[in-house]
Design a binder for this molecule. Structure first.
Ligand code: KE4
Length: 431
């Protein structure tokens, strides 16, 4: 596979961009080799600068749930371009977007648009602290809520992919206000809250965790968090940046039947454009400036072109619920094939799966939290990643990431991916 143009671009990039990338996980540090520079994408395929084609199982880390360059979204953006790109003033599209989100997401009565998932999570924590007058938050080991200081404690995704679940530059004061518990460990949460009476503003969680690889909440875990929060006056925040509009029209909270006080959103909400949002009960959201004392602002918040893309994809998802059945079918077919592969090869690797999200872990132990995810054979995962790439299948370049499927995947694509995975697992062999 010729990748000389990508290599040349990477060499140039490293002179002018830290690590040659604008987001660490893209650098392939965890899987070896050099990153591919993508020129274009269409449907289920990515095309790199050397003309190689790849079946895409990341889909921009979630947003491209309908596949790349979907006509509905492309047309909406084209139609918006001639009206200027940004005004910095309120627009009709923002009202329509807020009404649409409130109609789809159970916990949302009011919503504030921002420009990334990180910004949504930063803002919602400030709101929780302002609303409760409390300072501490509880997050879970291996969960990732963007790169805000409060969250870079035992963080997942790129932070652990780099082998540094914490980050330089985060002050002791900030770290002291972030308490962490193992995912799925309700007793640990109860103990943390009891040890910090009247001090915990919020518990923030990925209701289905995607940033240590995919880890599902155990039966009763989310409901248990809801009860702790109700009893202790702690706000429950679901970070649905990954799961929102993917696992159901109303996200994980709709699919799993537990309603948080506040929700963060991103990725699919912008259809590939830079959009994030946080929302919840009117009473809480009215603590946000200019109504309330919690300040938060953004030059490009509710950007009209991004709102056009977001309105197009969310309207499509709301008006064609068949998309969710299709995503379930694709997920079941692909994971069924991969499960058969590991059985036939006698590997018994763990596959965690829900809807159109899944992870193949290079361990035969159950993966229910960060510790068990970290027991995976990372070197073997790196070899598997490269073997799949050679076969034209683009996985997340880290064991600690979920994969994301799109409706652009056909049965033939799925069959190809299953076969490529069988060959790749066989090729990388034992440890
Ligand atoms: P962004 O700031 O990257 O838009 O969103 C941060 C974020 C917040 N919450 C959750 C649950 C997330 O998964 C993310 C971002 N996800 C990663 C993928 N694990 C983005 C990929 C990257 O960092 O390049």
């Amino acid at each position: 596979m010729n990748t000389t143009t990508s290599q040349d671009l990477f060499a140039r990039a490293k002179h002018v961009i830290p690590g040659g990338v604008n987001s660490p996980v893209r650098a392939f540090r965890a899987v070896g080799g050099n990153p591919l520079f993508i020129r274009a994408a269409k449907g289920a395929y990515l095309y790199d600068e050397d003309g190689n084609a790849y079946l895409d199982l990341i889909n921009s880390w979630g947003p491209m749930v309908l596949g790349h360059a979907h006509e509905v979204i492309e047309k909406a953006v084209r139609d918006a371009l001639s009206d200027s790109l940004s005004f910095g003033a309120p627009t009709r599209k923002e009202v329509e977007m807020a009404e649409l989100i409130a109609s789809m997401v159970p916990s949302v009565e009011k919503v504030r648009m921002v420009s990334s998932g990180t910004e949504a999570c930063l803002s919602v924590i400030r709101l929780a602290r302002g609303y409760t007058g409390r300072e501490k938050i509880i997050k879970f080991e291996g969960c990732y809520h963007g790169h805000g200081d409060s969250f870079l404690i035992a963080a997942g995704s790129g932070a652990i992919t780099m082998g540094v679940p914490d980050s330089a530059g985060v002050t002791r004061g900030t770290a002291n206000d972030t308490l962490t518990a193992p995912y799925n460990d309700l007793e640990a949460v109860r103990l943390l809250v009891a040890a910090n009476p009247g001090q915990v503003a919020a518990i923030i969680i990925e209701p289905v965790a995607g940033n240590m690889g995919l880890v599902l909440p155990k039966e009763g875990f989310l409901a248990g968090l809801r009860q702790v929060c109700d009893r202790e006056g702690v706000l429950l925040i679901f970070d649905e940046v990954m799961t929102g509009f993917r696992l159901a029209p109303g996200g994980a909270q709709q699919r799993l039947g537990v309603t948080p006080d506040l929700t963060t959103l991103g990725k699919i909400i912008g259809g590939g454009m830079p959009v994030g949002a946080y929302g919840g009960k009117r009473e809480m959201m009215d603590y946000v400036s200019p109504v309330g004392p919690v300040y938060q602002a953004g030059t490009l918040s509710g950007n009209p072109v991004a709102m056009s893309a977001g309105l197009a994809i969310l309207r499509h998802l709301r008006e064609t619920p068949r998309v969710y059945d299709h995503l379930e079918e694709i997920g079941n077919q692909l994971v069924g094939g991969l499960t058969e592969n590991v059985r036939k090869l006698g590997l018994n690797f763990t596959i965690n799966h829900l809807g159109s999200m899944f992870s193949l872990f290079m361990t035969n132990q159950p993966v229910v939290d960060f510790e068990s995810a970290k027991a995976s054979d990372l070197a073997r995962f790196g070899r598997y990643f490269q073997a799949m790439l050679r076969r034209g299948v683009y996985l997340a370049p880290s064991q600690f990431e979920s994969l994301f499927l799109s409706t652009a995947l056909t049965p033939e694509h799925i069959q190809y991916i299953v076969q490529a995975s069988y060959e790749s697992l066989e090729e990388v062999g034992e440890g």
